[in-house]
Write a protein that binds this ligand. Structure first.
Ligand SMILES: [Zn+2]
Length: 153
């Protein structure tokens, strides 16, 4: 069984995919993991509705329940760019001298250059609950705080 940190980190990718689907967001501005607690900060130009937050949580849990495969690929930066464009990047840049990228890929959900450890399948996360959101107008940032639970939702 993967550690809480690995499961929580993997949940960040699942949550990001759900937020992209519901809100059309593209850029991750920050991530935080502490045990089974995590926080995702994404760029968004408006305050989301409560209903949208509920949908993000539901979509994330559906993707977990689907037990989708998590692929990790080692790819040349130029090749990765050809496949996925700048979707693989976050707000924080990867130094130009790094030419080989580790890519996390959850098919039709999330693709991201990421060197952290991940679970093999989304089901290993268990389930996820959004505990708090905060929208920061001046920075156009949405912060989503969540907890993960070993049991399925
Ligand atoms: Zn990752």
């Amino acid at each position: 069984m993967a550690s809480n940190e690995v499961r929580t980190h993997t949940a960040l990718h699942v949550l990001k995919g759900a937020a992209s689907k519901v809100l059309g967001v593209k850029w991750t501005a920050g991530t935080f993991v502490d045990g089974s607690h995590g926080r995702l900060a994404i760029q968004l130009n408006r305050k989301p509705l409560d209903e949208e937050i509920s949908r993000i949580e539901a979509e994330a849990n559906m993707k977990i329940k689907e037990d989708a495969e998590i692929e990790e690929l080692q790819l040349d930066r130029v090749e990765a760019g050809k496949l996925w464009g700048n979707s693989i990047y976050d707000v924080f840049p990867i130094p130009a001298h790094i030419m080989n990228l580790k890519i996390l890929h959850i098919r039709n959900w999330n693709v991201n250059a990421c060197k952290e450890l991940h679970t093999k399948k989304t089901g290993e996360i268990g389930s996820l609950r959004i505990v708090k959101t905060r929208y920061r107008d001046t920075k156009e940032l949405l912060e989503i705080s969540f907890d993960i639970f070993a049991e399925r939702s």
